[in-house]
Design a protein around this ligand. Structure first.
Ligand SMILES: O=C(O)CCC(=O)C(=O)O
Ligand SMILES: [Fe+2]
Length: 352
């Protein structure tokens, strides 16, 4: 790459990756972030991401629901994620959200740019705000929207085209609220805690944000990442994938691909659930690889405790054998963001 001038991130961020691909531009710094592939080849291992059937949790047969709760706990302790099936959201509706996302990104650039964010802002169409110096940029474009509570919505960022986009996203938000209730209760039960304990910590005004990710094809997947390795700063995140592989979760230093399953949603623990469970559930480090053949689309919904609300380890998970390892924190997602921009994790800030 010698001889190529490095443009400031602000300049590069003014242009979408989708445009760069359209004009046949090769990745250059700061998109380039991989120069060796020493840790890259382990993903040939068969994928073992646990699959949990949430419908079994309400089975009238106690041994069936017990067994599934046990599987849930063990998945979250060792992987920090699971593929949820039996969640009650029909595949036909998941296809609708995938479809409006695809139609949004396939529109001409001038249509998408009607909802453009500034390079220093979060919400809207674009890329992450400018990272700290020396950090790479992701090979992706995004549409980031606050979706709940409703008074946080900023209509100027909500696409009018495709015409069903808003309606479908509103319905998806409702379904995500029901799912977070179901999953938060199940996680509490799996740890023998009172079922509402996590919901109470998240609070009634817990925030849902939707990030539509578009990973353009890339001729040099060896040089760039669709999304660099990170753990999320939310409580947990719900990810819908299209049928293109790319998302990987780190386990025991190996990168394991999350296979696309058309009717599954990946539920991924983030830092704030690790704090609330006193380190029992693991916040999963993950990343996205690019693909030479196909575009990948995902929709990540971040579920985050209400602003200004203190959260901390559940008392029932602290004892002599397992002393408290995290302090109480509030607005952790903001702290997390500051570190993320420097390519670092933030969890140590919450340790006692
Ligand atoms: O694209 C994906 O599957 C993952 C997205 C993700 O990790 C994120 O938006 O934080
Ligand atoms: Fe993430």
């Amino acid at each position: 790459m010698a001889g190529i001038s490095v443009l400031p991130a602000e300049v590069l961020l003014a242009k979408r990756v989708q445009e760069m691909v359209l004009y046949g531009e090769e990745p250059q710094p700061p998109h380039i972030c991989r120069d060796d592939c020493t840790d890259e080849d382990v993903s040939v291992m068969p994928s073992l991401i646990p699959i949990i059937d949430l419908s079994l949790l309400s089975s009238l047969e106690p041994s069936t629901s017990h067994e599934e709760l046990h599987k849930l706990r063990s998945a979250l302790c060792s992987w920090g994620c699971f593929q949820a099936i039996g969640h009650g959201i029909p595949k036909s509706f998941l296809d609708k959200i995938r479809q409006v996302a695809k139609e949004f990104f396939e529109q001409p650039m001038e249509e998408k740019k009607k909802h453009a964010k500034g390079v220093y802002e979060f919400e809207g169409y674009g890329a992450d705000p400018v990272p700290a110096e020396g950090q790479s940029l992701d090979w992706s474009d995004r549409l980031f929207l606050d979706v709940y509570p409703e008074d946080r919505r900023k209509p100027k960022f909500w696409p009018e085209n495709p015409t069903s986009f808003r309606e479908v996203l509103e319905e998806y938000t409702l379904k995500m609220r029901m799912l977070t209730e179901l999953v938060s209760k199940a996680m509490a039960k799996s740890l023998n805690l009172e079922e509402n304990c996590f919901l109470d910590q998240f609070g009634e005004q817990a925030v849902l944000q939707a990030r539509f990710n578009y990973y353009s094809r890339c001729q040099r997947p060896d040089l760039v990442l669709g999304l660099k390795a990170h753990a999320d700063g939310s409580g947990y995140t719900i990810i819908l994938q299209n049928d293109v592989e790319g998302l990987q979760v780190q386990k025991d230093k190996n990168w394991i691909t999350v296979p696309p399953i058309s009717d599954a949603l990946l539920i991924l623990m983030a830092d704030q659930m690790e704090i609330m469970t006193n380190g029992i559930f693991k916040s999963a480090v993950h990343r996205v690889l690019t693909n030479t053949e196909k575009e990948r689309i995902s929709v990540a919904v971040f579920y985050t405790p209400e602003p200004k609300k203190e959260i901390g380890p559940e008392e029932g998970l602290i004892n002599e054998e397992r002393p408290r390892i995290f302090k109480k924190v509030k607005d952790y997602a903001d702290i997390h963001w500051g570190y993320y921009q420097q390519g670092k994790r933030a969890l140590h800030v919450a340790r006692v």
